[in-house]
Ligand binder design. Structure first.
Ligand code: ADP
Length: 204
């Protein structure tokens, strides 16, 4: 132990850019990650305050028969009503951020840094939780091709999701470091190893 608290490195990128793949590569090197998508699901588990608020606002039909959030129904509502999207984000973003901050607390980690993996790192104030930003980058064509293959979606559907996210250039401008995930996996792993070494030496 060096006595200094671990830094938080934010890992972001568009849908299908390879965030999860790269996060696993860091994990293989002994670095933990907190996944914002996982936390976003945890905060609306049955019994949470947030799920109670959502059911109070949209009515019980937003719950499935076993009392869980009906995500598909919620997606349809917020897709068709921007003001409902704002309501939902105003409720959930602070709750998600608080839970992320809790899970990222230094006492949980002995390593010199921990990753926060989030598709919305730069779009929300989650970026205030991180000391450094690393962007996983691929050209849009590759993003479409890989996401469509992974999720069994049509390229059109994927294109619409990409259009709703931060544009590639804008995301890259906010990056402290970039991982080029266009390359084959073994080359990406080498980039991750090099970055890891730099972080360890910078943050120890
Ligand atoms: P994200 O978490 O950013 O949505 P994923 O890590 O799930 O992206 O990657 C999207 C898809 O692309 C997955 O099916 C993954 O296996 C694949 N993939 C990721 N990186 C590479 C790569 N370097 N070469 C080939 N396929 C990749």
């Amino acid at each position: 132990m060096t006595g200094s608290s671990p830094k938080v490195v934010g890992l972001t990128g568009g849908i299908g850019s390879g965030k999860s793949t790269v996060a696993e590569m860091f994990r293989d090197l002994g670095i933990h990650f907190v996944d914002a998508d996982t936390v976003a699901r945890e905060v609306v588990e049955p019994g949470t305050v947030a799920l109670g608020d959502i059911a109070g606002h949209f009515g019980p039909q937003i719950l499935t028969d076993d009392g869980r959030l009906d995500r598909a129904a919620l997606r349809t509502i917020v897709f068709n009503a921007p003001s409902e999207r704002v309501w939902l984000e105003t409720l959930l973003h602070p709750i998600i951020r608080e839970e992320l901050a809790r899970q990222l607390q230094p006492e949980h980690y002995a390593e010199p840094y921990v990753l926060l993996v989030s598709p919305l790192l730069l779009e929300t104030d989650q970026h205030a939780l991180v000391d450094r930003v690393v962007v996983v980058d691929v050209p849009v064509e590759r993003q479409i091709e890989r996401t469509a293959a992974r999720d069994n979606n049509s390229p059109d559907q994927v294109e619409r999701i990409i259009a709703a996210q931060m544009p590639r250039e804008q995301r890259l401008q906010r990056a402290d470091d970039v991982i080029d995930n266009q390359a084959p996996r073994d080359q990406v792993r080498q980039q991750v190893a090099a970055l890891h070494q730099r972080y360890v030496s910078d943050f120890s």
